[in-house]
Design a protein around this ligand. Sequence first.
Ligand SMILES: [Zn+2]
Length: 756
Amino acid sequence: MRTTQSPSSRVTARSLVIVMALVVLQAASPPQEAPSILGFTAEGAAAQVELERRFDALLDAGNLEEWMRYIVSEPIYTGSPHNKETADWMVEQLRAWGWDARLEEYRVLYPTPRIRELELVSPTRYTAQLREPALPEDATSGIEENRLPPFNAYSADGDVTAELVYVNYGIPDDYEELERRGVSVEGKIVIARYGGSWRGIKPKVAAEHGAIGCILYSDPRDDGYYQGDVYPEGPYRMEHGVQRGAVQDMPRYPGDPLTPFVGATEDAERLTVEEAPTIMKIPVLPISYADALPLLEAMEGPVAPPAWRGALPLTYHIGPGPATVRLHVEFNWDLTPAYNVVATMEGAEYPDEWVVRGNHRDGWAMGAADPISGLVPLLEEARAIGELARTGWRPKRTLVYIGWDAEEPGLLGSTEWAEHHADELRDKAVLYLNTDSNGRGFLGMGGSHSLERVMNEVARAVEDPQTGVSVWERLQAARAVGGDPSALGGEDLRISPLGSGSDYTPFLQHLGLSTLNIGFGGENGGGSYHSQYDSFDHYTRFGDPGFVYGVALAKVAGRLVLRFADADVLPHRFANYHETVDRYLGEVMSLTDDMREETERHNRLVELNAFGLQADPTETYVPPSAEVPVPYIDFSPVRNALARLGAAAADMDRAVDGGLATGALTPARMAEINGVLQEIEQAMTDTEGLPGRPWFRHTIYAPGFYTGYGVKTLPGIREAIEQRQWDLVQPQMQRIAMALDRVSELLRRAAGPPVS
Ligand SMILES: [Zn+2]
């Protein structure tokens, strides 16, 4: 899986504009001075700069290439023979590099397909191929042994025959459009294209509307020939390429569907498959556009609205039917071992403070881009850190390097580990740093807003391999050209809030640990995602030739790890955090005003029967009904809590940075501040969680209930408003205000008594 966090808007503007932007940026750079690093004393900073220089010098792109070639030589999905072989190999490597490494095993529900059949039965006949053929240009595309064919994990078993309805992306807005056209999916099989939401949302919404089956396909408009040349000529999805993927109801909870809230150890109490609420209730199957074409060609009914039309050579019709299909899927509902590779290097001064760094090690097929392009930099960091340790350096804090298993079926390896070790992690972890896939282009940065300053500082220190400026300057230029006015000033670039989609989710959303997720991309577009063609050959031609961005990722991630490991005072700072949460509140407030105005306008149009009169009388049109008016909402609890937080944040940042600069902080005081900072993200969570999904405990960020990956900030109030659940708004407001006040209280403790 990968995140929706897109590293930058596409840089398509004229080069002149870029050159001008760079001139402005360079004029603004300060002259070289004695190094200063967030969280370090002046003396500590000088030593850290030297340590990072030695770390960089140890990194070797050749290792990344060699390890990827080996790991992706056979399929690496959870439960495959090569998955276990590569886990054992990683443990051996890490031990040889000086780490204490082991496998941690969980037993998780991982259904694999037994029967996959899809047939158009009328008005014409067509049997879907459901397979990805070998290509001479791709050395692993013909591997048949231990190969998993295209399927959606946690689809229900089922054998259903019904008419098709084309539902575009299959998100709630699309069903409103269907309602206007008088088309119901009740008792039908829907066909939805990938995109527009996380894939698991599509069958969930289809089932909520009464559909009995769901077909997902990759339209060439979204990642095929409409975007660029297809594989093997170019990187985009070829006609038989299929996107596999999980469809469990992850916005409810991720991880093993049978063991919510607890680690899936051998003796864990388990739900039955029938009881597990996150398993899909209808059969689901992913197909290629070669297989989708005859189905869509056989459809009639209303022509799809312009925004729904893909790039296949046909007129898109909504149906229902007359195309009728039979969809038959059955699975082996087995428990499978999932092996996390866990390596530790004990801290010399604070062994009970942990810096945790992870990337998953399972893929759907060969998994070159997703996830091994992110895993091999992690391994190279671990090797280089091992080399540094051989020369006598030791991290002050304990380092924990992890290769997760079973991320693809739904973040299983990380979620089970986080649930299993929850108490210890809440007590000890100072950072969870995630990567998952890497490519050519711009640095994507997401995570806890209290880490925005350290993230920016590290990005300023690493060189972009294609241009020679820092990766920060390259991102700044892209954002500035893309129209972000704040990017030209030289102040910190904003990092994205995290929803879900990779292994950071349990650490941030459930445990409330300080979290970052990073990766390069934006210039490696393509359509190999979750197909057999996500291979070594594809990645080394189109992903990151020469692994230069793999090395850049190791430099960024390695610096973050080393700075958190050795900082005198942890680099959490709160001015940026306050500004950002304040902006989120502003967004929710204007959302409410916009919705109120829009609802008034809508209700007036209903009253005038304008919807009915504007429609073409020869076509079916069901006018919408009036909406409940949007009430005025009292945002003052959160506004006041934010005002208190703003003052506390400024005091704390000043007290800590000032104390470090002047050497006024005693070791005891620094330890006290570190204790507070370690807890602070947890103060943003509560055990109540979000309405109807208590596993998600963070009050500032969560994946949306109907977007899946897509983040909702201040999710409690934002989703209550979006879903017009007015009675939930004030309780959620109180929940967020209380969390912000807990943060303020901790910031006051960290700042110490006011200096007079
Ligand atoms: Zn992934």
